[in-house]
Design a protein around this ligand. Structure first.
Ligand SMILES: NC(=O)C1=CN([C@@H]2O[C@H](COP(=O)(O)OP(=O)(O)OC[C@H]3O[C@@H](n4cnc5c(N)ncnc54)[C@H](O)[C@@H]3O)[C@@H](O)[C@H]2O)C=CC1
Ligand SMILES: O=C(O)C1=N[C@H](C(=O)O)C[C@H](O)C1
Length: 250
């Protein structure tokens, strides 16, 4: 059977370099291009790439995806910075290339995907909920894509269940002291040398608290999700947002 032809964009970055090694080690995948900043995207078509794994920066991801979708190259995207406006542009490009698939995964690690799922399940049952994400200090965006998505899922679950807004008597606060407001959920971002990618969802009710915590200790935690994404995206046209759609989580 022929191997799936995969390219990595952002190949010299922290996660991109790990993805290059993971694709090279996978028996059913062939690494046909490994592009860094400044490399021509023409290399993707020259190499006959079927899937591009996009792990660059929020500033680069849109141009890269416009090229990929325009050339019928499927994409697995880990890069952060997604807004409604960006998603709408991507959907327009995909409408012009209906056979092409794009997976955007705020987080490729199974533990993080499960954290989001558990938080979504628990959120309607507790009065209070806040998200704390903790990352290495070289991260350029805050809050993390994972924390933003987690807060959105929590807010959706609470709205659906008719849960009241979380109590908060704060009347005076320094700017930022209560975190960023993501759909009504406070999200706090910590940047600390020694960390990689971590998240806690804190839930509180009368006389009890529940903490859901996940730790990515190495970039290897993201690799099974990236490889799964590459294998599945080629048969899943259109936009898929979240790795959970490629997992059987019940
Ligand atoms: N979804 C997930 O599970 C994960 C997502 N990420 C996200 O992936 C992105 C990259 O993270 P890191 O590797 O830590 O950053 P990084 O800064 O180490 O790597 C980004 C790389 O992309 C390169 N680059 C920039 N523009 C480019 C372009 N147009 N073409 C090719 N390469 C280009 C940079 O030179 C750099 O080498 C971030 O948005 C981060 O949040 C990171 C880890 C896991
Ligand atoms: O920049 C990182 O490192 C990570 N970025 C993603 C995010 O913003 O959620 C995923 C993971 O947290 C690591």
């Amino acid at each position: 059977m022929s191997k799936l032809r995969v390219a990595v964009l952002g190949a010299k970055g922290r996660i991109g370099s790990e993805a290059v090694r993971a694709v090279e080690a996978a028996e059913d995948l062939e690494l046909v291009a490994a592009l860094g900043r400044g490399d021509s995207l023409q290399a993707l078509t020259d190499a006959g790439a079927q899937v591009a794994v996009e792990l660059t920066t929020p500033a680069s991801v849109m141009d890269n995806l416009e090229f990929c979708v325009g050339h019928g190259i499927h994409a697995v995207v880990g890069t952060t910075g997604w807004t409604d406006e960006r998603l709408a542009r991507l959907r327009e490009w995909l409408a012009g290339s209906p056979q092409t698939g794009v997976l955007i995964a705020p987080n490729f690690s199974i533990g993080a995907v499960l954290t989001m799922k558990f938080a979504q399940i628990a959120a309607p049952y507790f009065e209070s909920v806040e998200v704390v994400e903790l990352h290495h200090p070289n991260k350029v965006d805050a809050p993390s894509g994972t924390a933003t998505r987690t807060a959105q899922l929590i807010a959706e679950a609470r709205a659906k269940a008719g849960t009241a807004p979380a109590p908060d008597a704060t009347t005076t606060a320094l700017d930022g002291a209560r975190g960023a407001d993501v759909d009504g959920v406070p999200v706090h971002a910590v940047r600390l040398r020694g960390l990689l990618a971590h998240q806690e969802v804190l839930l509180g009710g009368e006389g009890e608290t529940l903490t859901v915590r996940h730790d990515s200790l190495h970039h290897s935690s993201f690799m099974p999700g990236i490889l799964l994404g590459a294998r599945r995206v080629v048969t899943t046209p259109g936009l898929t947002f979240g790795l959970e759609h490629f997992l059987d989580l019940g």
